[in-house]
Design a protein. Structure first.
Length: 483
């Protein structure tokens, strides 16, 4: 028996609104603390190490939640999950807003991360695939704001909120956005029976995912205040990364996997996901280094730093226009790799010297690069798998992307402050390392694409949205060498 649909169900605008309202709060709060950490630490009676641990746990909960949702949605109606997650985000953001200690702040941010990660898998697929092929390019461009776009605005918002008590209002705003998502979900998320209500919880996949996220994030957070050789860093980080490798191998070999590793183990998905990982990590690293130099070395107040980096928003708007134009054509892989090179170029601008003008130019390049490299990179992988598997596929690719992007920040801070405090020489060395790594990543991924032997191809979006097969025919890895 079919269930009655809510009043606004089935509308394209409703699906986009639900996805953005659910995904944006956490993404925005992933970069906003860069500029109000000092004020926050003073009010909560903690230090940078304590706040970094909270950031690590929040990021870990976000990365873990995408896998948890992929397992949970087999047994629970997606509408219930969506509504529950928006309330979880609102509760977490409200708890963070009223927190009087770092422990309460951490609890709130972990709840916020859990709700946001699950929404990625639950709300995004129907918004992308349920409204015909003509809507896909614009949908992907707008969804890109929820996947990564909020990060570019977060830095500037954090700069303007770096006064006593003001950072709390950022969390209040996140709670309000989540409640708005709950209301829209009540009116617009279609009711449906769960896919496999009798399916049992994956006995090893979910625990492995927990180890693969929480252990390395906690371990890397220990770098603040501890040397890289300390057991507090090495043991959980090594064990967590080993769990991640084991999880991917296990999912690849399973007959009915929780996440379709085998479906994306081809040239185009590997190129796109790899580019998203490196681009996201580069964006996070270069943004944090720009903030560190402007604030701690050059002495600019947080509001000025935030105003200088507002150019990231302009760059993201340019990226949205490029996605709409390029995604339906054969040049999506070029756009993705171009985004990675643009982030590398932003690092080179920062390496050429300090000052607000250079930071603003680099911010614009970072906005363009992140906008064209992260979301489109993930969708290069998503369009290479059948649309019915989009949710589980996104769980995997977002897990990998989150590991790369969110683990970068503590490592960058440790390298930049290797002399006990941020200095021009230590920051320049860290930026140079970032430029080299992103450049090498671009070369390796370009080689992966070329060795696949796949010439430029236009995606068959109609076949994809109709559920008849992938939009791209992705060749095996290194197909040219195999032939």
């Amino acid at each position: 028996m079919s269930l009655p649909s809510p009043r606004l169900a089935g509308r394209w605008s409703t699906g986009i609104t639900m996805a953005l309202l659910g995904l944006t709060p956490f993404v925005l709060l992933s970069t906003a603390p860069f500029l109000f950490t000092g004020v926050q630490a003073g009010e909560l009676g903690t230090d940078r190490a304590g706040l970094q641990l909270g950031q690590g746990l929040a990021n870990a909960s976000y990365a873990f939640a995408v896998v948890l949702a992929a397992d949970l949605m087999h047994r629970v109606d997606r509408r219930r999950i969506y509504l529950g997650c928006t309330l979880l985000i609102a509760a977490g953001a409200a708890l963070a807003a009223v927190s009087g200690s770092n422990g309460v702040l951490i609890a709130g941010r972990v709840l916020l991360g859990l709700g946001s990660g699950m929404l990625l898998v639950v709300a995004l697929p129907p918004a992308v695939t349920g409204h015909g092929p003509q809507r896909v390019p614009l949908t992907v461009a707008l969804i890109n704001l929820g996947l990564f776009g909020g990060s570019v605005a977060g830095t500037s918002i954090g700069g303007f909120a770096a006064t006593p008590g003001a950072w709390r209002w950022v969390h209040v705003a996140a709670a309000v956005v989540a409640l708005a998502g709950f209301v829209v979900g009540l009116l617009g998320f279609e009711r449906a029976e769960p896919e496999s209500p009798r399916m049992r919880v994956d006995p090893s996949g979910v625990p492995l995912a927990a180890a693969a996220t929480f252990l390395p994030f906690v371990g890397v957070s220990m770098l603040v205040g501890h040397p890289p050789s300390s057991p507090g860093f090495l043991v959980p980080t090594v064990l967590g990364l080993a769990a991640l490798v084991l999880l991917v191998v296990r999912e690849y070999r399973k007959e009915n996997p929780l996440m379709p590793v085998r479906l994306i183990a081809h040239t185009l998905p590997i190129t796109g996901i790899g580019a998203a990982m490196v681009t996201g990590a580069g964006f996070t690293a270069f943004t944090e280094l720009a903030v560190l130099r402007l604030q701690q070395v050059e002495g600019h107040p947080p509001a000025v730093v935030g105003a200088a980096l507002v150019t990231q928003v302009a760059g993201m708007l340019v990226a949205i226009l490029l996605i709409v134009r390029v995604l339906p054509t054969r040049w999506l892989p070029v756009l993705v790799l171009g985004g990675l090179l643009t982030v590398c170029a932003a690092g080179a601008v920062l390496l050429s010297g300090g000052g607000l003008v250079r930071a603003a130019v680099a911010g614009f390049l970072l906005g363009v690069g992140a906008g064209t490299g992260v979301g489109p990179g993930l969708f290069l992988g998503a369009l290479s798998v059948p649309a019915p598997r989009l949710g589980p596929a996104f769980a995997l690719v977002q897990l990998l992307r989150s590991e790369a992007a969110f683990l970068a920040a503590p490592v960058v801070m440790t390298l930049a402050m290797s002399e006990g405090a941020a200095t021009p020489s230590s920051i320049d060395r860290t930026i140079l390392l970032g430029v080299v790594l992103t450049g090498v990543g671009a070369v390796v991924l370009t080689g992966t694409l070329l060795l696949g032997g796949s010439g430029p191809q236009k995606p068959d979006l109609r076949r994809w949205t109709d559920g008849e097969g992938p939009a791209f025919r992705s060749p095996p890895v290194a197909a040219v060498l195999r032939e």
